[in-house]
Design a protein around this ligand. Structure first.
Ligand code: CAA
Ligand code: FAD
Length: 379
């Protein structure tokens, strides 16, 4: 067993760390307050290759492994989880799904600009009445000649207003249950496609989360991904990788908060000495560091399994379940270590605490991860 990172993996991690400190940190508090999408920074991330990291270079990607992706996600998430969820969706859900299951034409037309970061993608599975219960899709796609006609509403879509390419899951044959669900590529300017209201959120406030409406939206049959009926499997397979991206995001939120708490504990004095000299604070730091290390190992193991071509669905669900719990616990403790200063925006930890919560909800709630894990254990 070898826990050493390669030179390339270290270089990717360091580049992401530098970028996050130099470009994401300035203005992160204002963007959170104003719920402003980090448009300029995401453009830079595309130019630096962070939006199509694992895609084959022949489709404009970085050709990197999943371990490098997890390392970069952790670094970006330490500073700005709104930027990192955009990165995660584009890499793990949109680019991966297209590269794995798209036709050559679809890859040429859609994957190339997405991997280069020239265009941003969105992944549209959830609906007002189909969140955890994802097979209950109400959005329909009816075949009409060489097109499909889409009708329905998608909810909570990350990159909802920033994206120009949307992977949309819809029901093509309700009589077949989840085997009657298909996946489509929908372009932003399609007729009858409407971007709905932006959600005003607790955390990841810079991320643009929108509902989307399809009103007799015409989509070419050539934009279907895989066969009719393949859409649910497509979504689940894609989410296995997506969950790993969110696990790495949770890890980054936790380690970002921990690093701030560690530094603050050495500076802040109480009862004549730095608070890091009080055992109660030392024990908090010890617990935080231990939990973060365990979460990191789960993330890296799942990434390594994916890179080996192994079945990593259980591993990625475990990584997300655990890392998101650690993110919640560590960020709450980081606020505590900061005392009153932790409760105000200037010290960053209150934002990280608010950002942490979403990692227990999206890409499958913690309860859903337990379903995925237990079904795999009992199979
Ligand atoms: N990997 C591969 N296949 C999977 C799978 C996985 N992780 N989980 C389920 N499947 C397959 C099953 O094998 C089954 O296929 P077959 O019929 O061919 O055997 C099929 O999917 C249906 O599975 P179930 O019978 O288990 O269906 P279910 O309705 O009982 O439960 C579920 C399925 C796991 C709960 C699923 O509905 C689910 O994952 N729900 C959560 C939805 C989710 O994660 N949404 C995220 C939206 S995207 C997002 O959130 C992005 C973002 O925020 C940034
Ligand atoms: P529900 O499914 O209604 O769940 C409510 C509660 O019941 C939860 O605690 C849940 O765990 C629990 N529950 C439900 N079923 C069970 C069960 N069988 N056993 C035990 N407990 C259960 N979706 C996308 O498709 N694309 C996106 O880009 C996207 N981005 C998002 C961004 C944000 C900020 C948010 C908030 C959501 C996003 N989502 C996205 C949707 C997200 O995936 C769903 O919110 C999530 O899957 C939960 O669905 P729900 O909100 O309908 O909750």
């Amino acid at each position: 067993m070898n826990f050493e990172l390669t030179e390339e993996q270290i270089a990717v991690r360091d580049a992401a760390r530098e970028f996050a400190k130099a470009e994401l940190l300035p203005g992160v508090i204002d963007r959170d307050t104003e719920a402003k999408f980090p448009a300029e920074q995401v453009k830079q991330m595309g130019e630096l290759g962070f939006l199509g990291m694992m895609v084959d270079p022949k489709y404009n990607g970085g050709g990197m492994d999943t371990v490098s992706y997890v390392l970069a996600m952790e670094e970006i998430s330490k500073i700005d989880a709104s930027a990192s969820v955009c990165m995660s969706v584009n890499n793990s859900l949109v680019c991966w799904g297209l590269e794995k299951y798209g036709t050559e034409e679809q890859k040429e037309k859609y994957l190339k600009p997405l991997a280069a970061g020239e265009k941003i993608g969105a992944f549209c599975l959830s609906e007002p009445e189909a969140g955890s219960d994802a097979t209950s899709q109400r959005t329909t796609a009816e075949r009409s000649g060489d097109h499909y006609i889409l009708n329905g509403t998608k909810n909570w879509i990350t990159n909802g207003n920033t994206a120009s390419i949307y992977l949309v899951i819809a029901q093509t044959d309700p009589s077949k249950g989840h085997k009657g669900i298909s996946a489509f590529i929908v372009e932003r300017d399609s007729e009858g496609f409407v971007v709905g209201k932006k959600e005003d959120k607790l955390g990841i406030r810079g991320s643009d989360t929108h509902s989307l409406m399809f009103n007799d939206t015409k989509v070419p049959a050539a934009n279907r991904i895989g066969e009719e009926g393949f859409g649910f499997t497509f979504a689940m397979e894609t989410l296995n990788g997506g969950r790993l991206g969110i696990a790495a995001q949770a890890l980054g939120i936790a380690s970002g908060a921990y690093e701030l708490a560690l530094a603050y504990s050495k500076e802040r004095k109480a009862f004549g000495k730095p608070i890091s000299q009080h055992q109660a604070i030392q024990f908090k730091l010890a617990d935080m560091a231990t939990e973060i290390e365990a979460a990191r190992l789960l993330c890296l193991k799942a990434a390594w399994m994916k890179d080996q071509g192994m079945d990593y669905s259980q591993a990625s669900a475990m990584a997300k379940l655990y890392a998101s719990k650690v993110a919640m616990e560590v960020t709450v403790e980081a606020v505590q270590v900061h005392g009153g200063y932790g409760y105000v925006k200037e010290y960053h930890v209150e934002r990280l605490m608010r950002d942490a919560k979403i990692t227990q909800i999206y890409e499958g709630t913690s309860e859903i991860q337990k379903i995925v894990i237990s079904r795999s254990l009992l199979r």
